[in-house]
Ligand binder design. Structure first.
Ligand SMILES: NC(=O)C1=CN([C@@H]2O[C@H](COP(=O)(O)OP(=O)(O)OC[C@H]3O[C@@H](n4cnc5c(N)ncnc54)[C@H](O)[C@@H]3O)[C@@H](O)[C@H]2O)C=CC1
Ligand SMILES: O=C(O)C(=O)[C@H](O)COP(=O)(O)O
Length: 375
């Protein structure tokens, strides 16, 4: 069998090579010719999988090593009886670590603030439970859940009143509660003037032009954006206005990426009726525990300093801004720069690979780190 895999899927040969011949290709601009003799197509979020790609292809299985599925035309796949699978929850922990790291930088007192969560599935739900464990006041908006699922469920209006609002919905264009443009000028206007808005879902859920205008009008308002309208050609005017800007890498922990590969390998095995032979555990680096360094007791933001050792979000922000401004100055297109940062993203491990500093931490800090997942 012939399997085409996006070249940015780590260990695709190790996993899918068990099942057939693997051809790797850049996923952004796959052509119908490239899939004209392919049995299984393994993609990431940058490949639009629809009739224009697959109409003349013998593909019988499509797997996306991502949580999001907005790039798949699912009705078309179903109609063609092409099996498909996504990697639900694979990088949810990675996104939650991103959120906590970002908040520690933009609102060092976030433990004492209220947090609103829009979309409470694998990512939002994980974030919700951690915040509750930490004693943070949380409000949730998710029209597909009820109060038995989430006791703090409320309206979108109430969630938008929180000090910090985190967006973790899928991008949906239809159905009873579409998320395309869910937050526009009218919704932003109801938020607190010094709120933080964080989007690690999909860029199109927030109207970027409205957000840029809002940031201009409200100097105390902050935004953290990992996802953007029109990726990879993002709006640099908006980027310049946000507090933290990253190139859609919230879910890019190495653990999360390998989990995505493994889940789709398992799904393809199930499709073929074959027992899986390889696991994520076999390919992830072993014994990779790292000890965090002790920090100065005088450090005003000890949590940000500790989290920054495990995941340096400011480096991701700096790298994006530098790459895009250099490309703009030199008249080069921005899209390839954005994609290159994602393709060459360094290996980032999740927090259960880190142990707390040997020295004594300030009261309560060790407990917070333990709740966040540090050993
Ligand atoms: N920035 C990144 O690197 C990553 C982004 N994502 C994005 O995050 C999204 C969410 O991921 P998961 O939590 O794993 O998905 P999920 O499917 O487990 O949960 C999504 C939740 O959003 C809710 N929802 C749907 N429409 C809504 C609406 N109109 N208003 C409020 N809530 C709504 C659903 O009921 C569900 O509970 C993904 O679909 C993907 O687009 C996921 C992983 C990484
Ligand atoms: O899992 C998802 O959904 C994501 O947003 C991924 O982290 C995006 O990664 P790529 O598929 O765009 O590499």
């Amino acid at each position: 069998m012939k399997i085409l895999a996006d070249q940015n899927i780590p260990h695709s040969e190790t996993f899918f090579g068990q099942l057939g011949q693997v051809v790797q290709a850049p996923g952004r601009n796959l052509t119908p010719e490239q899939v004209s003799d392919i049995d299984a197509l393994i993609v990431r979020s940058v490949t639009q999988v629809d009739a224009s790609l697959l109409a003349n292809s013998p593909v019988k299985f499509v797997g996306t090593c991502t949580i999001g599925t907005d790039h798949l035309d699912i009705p078309y796949l179903n109609q063609r009886q092409i099996s498909w699978a996504s990697a639900q929850g694979c990088n949810a922990n990675s996104v939650v670590e991103y959120v906590f790291t970002a908040l520690a930088h933009v609102r060092p007192n976030w433990l004492n603030l209220s947090v609103g969560i829009i979309g409470c599935g694998n990512v939002g739900g994980h974030l919700y439970r951690k915040l509750r464990q930490l004693g943070v006041t949380v409000r949730v908006y998710d029209p597909f859940l009820n109060a038995n699922d989430v006791p703090d469920l409320t309206t979108l209006e109430q969630v938008l009143k929180a000090d910090i609002v985190c967006v973790h919905t899928p991008l949906t264009r239809g159905g009873p509660h579409p998320t395309l443009g869910l937050l526009g000028a009218a919704e932003l206007a109801t938020m607190q003037t010094n709120a933080v808005l964080l989007n690690a879902g999909r860029g199109e859920v927030i109207d970027g032009a409205a957000l840029a205008a809002h940031l201009d009008a409200q100097p105390e308002f902050s935004a953290v954006l990992d996802v953007w309208e029109n990726e990879p050609n993002i709006d640099t005017a908006l980027m310049q206005r946000v507090s933290i800007a990253t190139p859609h890498i919230a879910g890019y922990s190495y653990d999360g990426k390998i989990a995505g590969t493994e889940m789709i390998y398992q799904a393809l095995c199930a499709h073929l009726g074959i027992e899986p032979q390889i696991t994520a555990q076999q390919v992830l680096p072993a014994n990779s525990t790292v000890q965090l360094c002790a920090i100065e007791t005088t450090n005003a933001y000890p949590l940000a300093a500790l989290l920054g050792q495990a995941y340096n979000i400011l480096n991701d922000d700096h790298t994006l801004r530098t790459a895009l401004s250099q490309a703009a100055e030199q008249g080069r297109p921005l899209g390839p720069e954005f994609d290159a940062l994602r393709k060459n993203y360094p290996q980032r491990r999740e927090w259960h690979h880190f142990t707390q500093p040997a020295g004594k931490l300030a009261d309560g800090l060790s407990q917070v780190l333990t709740t966040l997942g540090f050993k």
